[in-house]
Design a protein around this ligand. Structure first.
Ligand code: FRU
Length: 387
């Protein structure tokens, strides 16, 4: 009886923990949600992270070490080599991630080598296998899809090489840490923005067409689920069509074109990233739609010439969300793990921010996008803050 009570209480604790994590907005696969909330005592040779070392929010506490229990802490060396396995370098956001990794690695005195899987899971597995053979000191990986990459990523960690997973999670936590923003919350914010926009315009119904990311990549599910939650604020908002365009602008153009031609009234086009939202804009333009009447929603908000911040300033995207790449943070944690033998949190969540016409110029000034105005709002804000 006592035993049964104990296992029932344990189940209730796990359920409450899971609920708490889900309510924070994280998409937590069941296996991951059962991780204890407190840091495990550090194993010999390791020290647990301190709050000051964390940029972002700790979603999952530290394990006893950054490696499996049978591994020694990394050996001290004069020069370390970091390997970066990128899902697809051809996408602008991923180029930005690689650039940030490269700059941070250089500043830290690390060598860094890159591999580009070009959206091919088999290629990414063999890229990582090559890094294993070469004997790199730490792997950073942004997986193309979760399930096909999980075993290979686990294999590296089990070979006593620290692994930092960036942006797209895998299906278990057999790695050193995960760093990424909360895609459920971003999707929800996008949904709430749409709900309000539709209400302000008095649109009933307010018809939404969705362009989804690659389905096996967790951000696609999370951005879709979060959005559906966010639009609940306004029952007039209806998702009337949805198609995958695998994060790519060139696939989004024909997908959006087909959905626009099949549906006379489309008020909102939601792309799970900016390139797909821009593709939808092009499709709407060539279908002869009144572009001023449609809200185009994207995610990424890069400060580059063809990035989302400029697009909002130029009036194509109505809203987008800054999705941090985590490149800089990954290198900071690599340093702590390799040199100081710090056990990182198992999951660190990075913040995101909304960019719409009300703040696009300030954001542009802050991130030095091509239309940044010196002496504008940013300078005024900085001057005020320094007083
Ligand atoms: C690039 C990208 C970004 C997106 C992220 C999600 O591959 O599609 O545009 O925000 O991946 O993982």
């Amino acid at each position: 009886m006592k035993n049964r009570f104990a296992s029932l209480s344990a189940a209730v604790v796990v359920l409450l923990l899971t609920l708490a994590l889900v309510m924070q907005g994280g998409s937590i696969p069941t296996a991951l949600a059962q991780t204890p909330a407190a840091n495990a005592p550090a194993a010999s040779g390791w020290t647990t992270f301190t709050a000051a070392q964390v940029e972002g929010k700790v979603i999952m506490a530290a394990k006893a070490s950054a490696l499996p229990a049978n591994c020694q802490p990394p050996k001290q060396k004069d020069k370390y080599t970091i390997a970066m396995s990128q899902a697809n370098k051809a996408e602008p956001w991923r180029t930005a991630m690689n650039q940030q990794l490269e700059a941070a690695a250089k500043a830290a005195g690390f060598d860094i080598v890159f591999a580009d899987a070009a959206q091919d899971n088999a290629k990414q597995v063999s890229d990582i296998e090559n890094f294993l053979t070469q004997g790199v000191d730490l792997l950073v990986v942004s997986p193309n899809e979760a399930a096909p990459m999980t075993d290979e990523i686990n294999k590296v960690w089990k070979a006593c090489i620290p692994v930092i997973v960036l942006d797209r999670n895998i299906t278990n936590t057999d790695y050193s840490m995960f760093i990424g923003a909360n895609n459920v919350s971003i999707g929800k914010s996008a949904g709430q923005y749409v709900a309000k926009w539709c209400k302000d315009k008095g649109l009933s119904p307010c018809n939404v067409v969705e362009l989804r990311g690659l389905e096996g990549a967790p951000p696609a599910k999370d951005r879709g689920d979060g959005f559906r939650d966010g639009i609940k604020d306004n029952p007039d908002v209806k998702i009337i069509a949805s198609q995958n365009a695998d994060w790519l602008r060139e696939k989004a153009v024909p997908a959006a074109d087909a959905m626009l031609r099949a549906n006379e009234k489309v008020d909102v086009l939601y792309g799970h990233n900016d390139p797909m939202a821009e593709g939808a804009y092009l499709a709407a333009q060539s279908a002869g739609k009144d572009l001023k009447k449609i809200l185009f929603v994207g995610i990424d908000a890069l400060p580059t010439p063809d990035g989302g911040i400029e697009s909002v300033l130029q009036g194509r995207l109505g809203v987008t969300f800054i999705y941090p790449t985590g490149g800089k943070q990954a290198i900071e944690w690599a340093k702590l793990i390799l040199i100081k033998h710090v056990v990182p949190p198992l999951w660190v969540e990075l913040p995101f921010a909304t960019v719409d016409p009300s703040n696009a110029q300030d954001v542009c000034n802050q991130y030095a996008c091509p239309d940044a105005k010196t002496g504008g709002a940013a300078a005024t804000m900085a001057a005020t803050a320094s007083k």
